[in-house]
Design a protein around this ligand. Sequence first.
Ligand code: WTA
Length: 637
Amino acid sequence: MAYPYQILTEEQYHEAWNKSVANPEAFWGEVASSFQWRKPWDKVLEWNFEEPNVKWFIGGKLNITENCLDRHLAVNADTPAIIWEPNNPDEQDRVITYKELHHKVMQFANVLKNNGVKKGDRVCIYMGMVPELAIALLACARIGAIHSVIFGGFSAQSISDRLQDANAEYIVTCDGAFRGNKEIPLKAVIDDALVQCRFVKKVIVLQRTDTPVSMIKHRDVWWQDEIDKVEEMGNPDCPAEEMDAEDPLFILYTSGSTGKPKGVVHTCGGYMVYATYTFVNVFQYQPGDIHFCTADVGWITGHSYIVYGPLSAGATTLMFEGIPTWPDAGRFWDVVDKYKVNILYTAPTAIRSLMAYGLKPIEGHDLCSLKVLGSVGEPINEEAWHWFSEHIGKNNCPVVDTWWQTENGGILISNLAGVTPSKPSYATLPLPGIQPVLVDEQGKEIIGNNVSGNLCIKHPWPSIIRTTYGDHERCRTNYFATYPGMYFTGDGCYRDEKGNYRITGRVDDVLNVSGHRIGTAEVENAINMHEGVVESAVVGYPHDIKGQGIYAFVICTNTHGDDNLMRQDIMQTVNRIIGAIARPDKIQFVSALPKTRSGKIIRRILRKIAEGEMSNLGDITTLLDPNVVDDIKKGRI
Ligand code: WTA
């Protein structure tokens, strides 16, 4: 059984794309009509990229949770909505049907209400990968509160920056999280973050690890106690709040080229339509399929392809608490085999790290349930693509290389599994509704094929970023000002002779480390906080497993100390300020950085040295002191 908007043939794809370009309003109006609206929209689209101001399904009223839950109850009440595989394979797994999930979401929505949360309030969610994380998101959406999930790897300082930026007065967290053989004390991190955030009114704590925590009177409450109170009140129902299509659904912080993360805002209507549309079409989801996206819900991939896309399509989504290499490197394949997973959506960094263990961990696992493989988050190299396709897909599963960004809400460029052709290391063709263009540095469109340029998108799609929270001007300058009239992605891209797109990586000062976006300026700011540091410059370099590694060039005040101690100290500082995901892989102490006479650091030179390219450094005559370069080259690690 296909969804009304499901594309089933290559010809239908081209028809859909052509229609979406010729008449975007008619196209998206038709797609949106198969969702559940309280009140239909008056107008499909209004937009300009100058302010920017983009509105989809204007006047439409809905609640996304009625689409993700209520509408499935008539026929799919007993279908598993969430299958949960715990970190420890010996612990009991959980299967939550649509009926149960509906009930649990309403219960927790009532908990939120009892604790004072109202429509429009920001709720920060800092939890491990447990079903209650999805329940917390949906409960916020149920009552119209705006969730802002923070990935469990961020430090107290990062959390407190985000809480302040979003002015989030409510937090949902866990005592701790299990990841491999580690136990992460989430509540303790929150407590540290809240020292600087006295405006936070309530912290709801789910018990998961039994890690000892200290609870603050009047502020901290236990998840289960609050659920019990709701149950005692005897009315578990929580009607869904009627939301405008353009009301915010969530904020998700992401890194850019400046030092401060941006709160990307997505809205209810357009996000729902686009996340669901792309979920069904890219992965060619069929009712009954088990969909396993290995991302964390702390990132956009988890929002769109673990929670909202699959649930709105009535799919079964598998949530995995652990990591691919624990207790051994066969864990993903255990999970695939155990639940007969049909769609596996993961990241190149995970594939590369598993490749390093050879084929042994795959042996003895039956992977023949797999129908579709997906990749996301960073460019996938051909070797990893082929390994994935051959050893996991047994040359029998289409691989979709899905390119998109936090700001996009859903996949923008990808082949459609088994429908349009794949090409290793190419994201291939744009989804219907997406009009990619390549431009040169001056913003002139590069026409034709076999060309490279900066990737922009011409026309809005339903889940394009609406604003950066609290600072609309930042949204304009970041995405819409570089090339007027277009959304600028920050990625470089090549278009082959057939019009297939291949993403070559960021062209701005953003790194992609293990599929995580990190701004070089953020890392530099953190390093510079260390009292012994005068100045630093951070660049990326190719890393076999992580895709990119972080290379820091650092000038210290005291040049006679113990280098290794200082290195550890700087790493600790980055851990504390941002989190372990931003910790430099290499730190080189230098006496000066290559600068122009006006004081600008020439990163191009540092990047080349970090990459090991010692000869073709380009023109260094404009440097204030060209000798600096030789010293840096000598000290390379
Ligand atoms: C990169 C993740 C190549 C890209 C969904 C983009 C990719 C950034 C791919 C966004 C891909 C994502 N091929 N590069 N298939 N997917 N990227 O916001 O540089 O965490 O700009 O969103 O990841 O990262 P974000």
